[in-house]
Write a protein that binds this ligand. Structure first.
Ligand SMILES: [Zn+2]
Length: 332
C-alpha cells in the first residue's frame, strides 16, 4: 500500500507524497527545497503553489484549501494545516476506508505566520521526526521571542548591528513578524524580502522592513540566510552581534559550531514532546517515521505503537483484493 523510493508512493494510485524525483503527480506538503521536485503535476495549497513557482517556475497544479475533503485522481483526500510555514499542509487519504495521514514537516506550537498545526485520527500515520530525541524539548515560544527581542535591543543599544540568521523561507518571516511588529527597523536580504512579499499576498502583514542596501544599516536589524554568515555582507560588517534561529540551538556549544554569538531554538518543527503528543492523539495502528533519528522509532514502540522507519525498500500492504482495486475508480 505504501512504497518508499525517493519519496512516498501510495500503491495502486497516482499519488506520490513529496516525491524527490520528477513524477507524474505528487502532493507537495510545503515549498522547502528538500520537499519539491519538478513534477508534471502537483497537489498543494495555493500558498505552496505560489512559493513553489517562485522557486522553480510555472507548474500544473490542483490546489485545495485546508479542511475541504475532495476526490482527486479518484482518491478522497483532505489537506489540513501542519503549522510549519505559510501554506504547509498535511494530507489525509482515504484508501478503501483506510485513513492514511502524511504529516510532512509539522509543529503544533503557535506560529506568527502559519496556521496552527492540527491532528487527525488515522489508521496509518507517516510522520516526520526531525527532533525525535528526548533532549530536544524546546522552551516555551514566548520565552524564545523574549530572548530574541532582548538580543536585538541590547545590540542596538551598544551601537552594533544585530544580525538574525534565519532560513529564507519560513523562519525569516517569523523573525520579520516578531521584530517588525515590535517597531524595530528591518533590513532584509533579497531572497527573504521577495518571499515576504508572497506572504503578504496571502494576507500576512509585515511592518518596518525594506530590502538590504549596502552601507545602510544604522539602527537597523539585518535578517539574512544562514549561509550569509560567511559572505562579506555579514562577515565584513564591522560592529555586529549575530544570532542564528534554529532548533539545533538545543545542542551544547551550538553557537561555537555555527560561529555566532547566540543560537535561539526557534524552530518550525515539532519537538520530541509534540511528536509523541501527535502519535497519541492520532492513535494509528501503524506509524512510519521519516526524516529523523532512528531512535525515535524505539520511543514509539515503548509507548505501544507499531512503528517502523520508512526507508528505501519498505513495502506495506493491507492486502486488498484485486476485485476492490478494479472496481475502485482510482485513475479518474
Ligand atoms: Zn520544511
Amino acid at each position: 500500500m505504501i512504497e518508499y523510493s525517493n519519496g512516498i508512493h501510495i500503491k495502486d494510485t497516482l499519488f506520490w507524497l513529496d516525491a524527490r524525483k520528477k513524477s507524474e503527480f505528487s502532493f507537495i506538503s510545503h515549498a522547502h527545497i528538500d520537499h519539491v521536485a519538478r513534477h508534471r503535476e502537483i497537489l498543494a495549497t495555493e500558498e505552496t503553489r505560489a512559493l513553489y513557482e517562485h522557486r522553480l517556475g510555472k507548474i500544473k497544479a490542483i490546489t485545495l484549501g485546508y479542511n475541504v475533503p475532495k476526490k482527486v485522481k479518484g482518491v478522497k483526500v483532505e489537506l489540513f494545516p501542519s503549522g510549519h510555514i505559510l501554506g504547509s499542509a498535511q494530507i489525509l487519504l482515504d484508501i478503501f476506508g483506510t485513513k492514511i495521514v502524511y504529516t510532512g514537516d509539522f509543529k503544533l506550537r503557535k506560529s506568527l505566520t502559519a496556521r496552527r498545526g492540527e491532528v487527525k485520527k488515522c489508521d496509518i500515520l507517516i510522520m516526520e521526526s526531525t527532533f525525535g530525541l528526548p533532549r530536544y524539548v524546546f522552551p516555551p515560544v514566548e520565552e524564545i521571542y523574549h530572548k530574541i527581542t532582548d538580543f536585538v535591543e541590547k545590540g542596538l543599544n551598544q551601537k552594533k548591528v544585530p544580525v538574525i540568521l534565519a532560513y529564507s523561507l519560513g523562519k525569516a518571516q517569523e523573525a520579520i513578524k516578531l521584530l517588525g511588529d515590535k517597531g524595530f527597523k528591518l533590513s532584509l536580504h533579497g531572497a527573504i524580502y521577495s518571499l515576504a512579499k508572497i506572504y503578504e499576498e496571502f494576507g500576512v502583514k509585515f511592518k518596518n522592513y525594506e530590502p538590504y542596501e549596502h552601507g545602510n544599516l544604522k539602527d537597523k536589524v539585518l535578517i539574512s540566510p544562514p549561509w550569509s554568515r560567511r559572505h562579506k555582507m555579514v562577515d565584513e560588517l564591522p560592529h555586529k552581534k549575530i544570532a542564528f534561529l534554529s532548533g539545533w540551538g538545543m545542542d551544547n556549544g551550538a553557537k561555537y559550531s555555527y560561529n555566532v554569538d547566540e543560537v535561539f531554538p526557534l524552530s518550525d518543527h515539532a519537538d520530541f514532546k509534540e511528536l509523541l503528543e501527535y502519535a497519541k492523539e492520532s492513535n494509528p495502528e501503524k506509524i512510519y517515521v521519516v526524516h529523523g533519528f532512528k531512535e525515535f522509532v524505539e520511543h514509539l514502540k515503548k509507548l505501544g505503537f507499531d512503528a517502523e522507519e520508512l526507508k528505501k525498500g519498505t513495502k506495506f500492504d493491507k492486502g486488498f483484493s484485486k476485485e476492490i482495486l478494479l472496481n475502485y475508480d482510482l485513475f479518474r
